[in-house]
Design a binder for this molecule. Sequence first.
Ligand code: TXA
Ligand code: MG
Length: 339
Amino acid sequence: MTGTDFSLNSTAQAESSSTLSLDSAIERAVQTLSVGGLVAFPTETVYGLGADANNPDAVRRIFAAKGRPPTHPLILHVASAALMTEYATEVPDVAWEIADHFWPGPLTLIVKRNQGVSDLITGGQDTVGLRVPSHPVARRLLEAFGRAIAAPSANRFGRISPTRAAHVVKELSTRVDQVLEGGSCTVGLESTILDLSAGRPRLLRPGAVSRDMLAEVLGERPDAPSSDTPRVPGQMASHYAPRTPMQLVSPQELVKLAEQLAPMGGLAVIARQSRPDGDCSEIRWKTMPAEQSGYARDLYDSLREIDEEGHDRLLVECPPLTPEWEAVHDRLKRAATPA
Ligand code: TXA
Ligand code: MG
């Protein structure tokens, strides 16, 4: 496999499409991280904006590049579950079991942090988020770097997470030192976040590892976040938002509403059903995969596409209200909430 490596330092911009072998791209990424630089890298969920977790200045650069408030904690990405003990004081048995089942993969575990993890990473909380991603480029990078890489999604704060290297290049440009190419993310939505730091397991963010999959290992369904859970993604009502004003519509109402709005122009639709015959020919109609994993994989890319084309409003057909669609619903609800 080869990796394309874009250098985005102002001096190197002209040669941005030079293709290096994956080996040399990883080698350069390790050097970049070691000197406090920022490396965007692919994971199976979304692209991350990585920095050496042990370098406070590098971690501060993440917040500056994203325009993110310093109180929002960062996930530590590590090469294997065995490294949990480097960053956690207490790893409950259940965390080992969950890690055994779902890592490497699209799941973040919240556990009690140890002294080595700075307040910058945790936002001052006594817990830390840990994740072992499965994307081959992420794994190579983590193995070569040898210690934790702190990484949020590689987007500006509050915007849609990137699922392709080109999204990162466009949105962060010279704010990132290197972007590792890894193709389109296969999951397409951010990881499931499971809090195992306090008593009963809590699901802080739904994702591809579903509540039911977790229940099979936990022996119980994880709770929803309580209203006093600090700084979880669920408290950010308008996150993951496109610029185009967006409205969620039931499948039954979609065509009627679209036909009503079409004469005003500037209308885009994202739907599982295909464009109906009749008065909808002027509408930008994006048909999505009908099944959940394909829909999740394509959602952010489709929202970005619609944003870039520039429409006045976007109607999104509400997918089924079944448990397997929980993560998609979560992101759609936030995307439809104005900032
Ligand atoms: O799939 C993912 O998780 C991606 C890839 C890059 O790994 N990362 C990601 O990071 O989505 P970010 O920073 O965009 O979202 C992580 C969320 C944040 O909203 C933060 O509130 C929550 O995880 N989080 C991190 N550490 C936490 C902690 N100790 N307690 C509670 N929530 C935490
Ligand atoms: Mg994010």
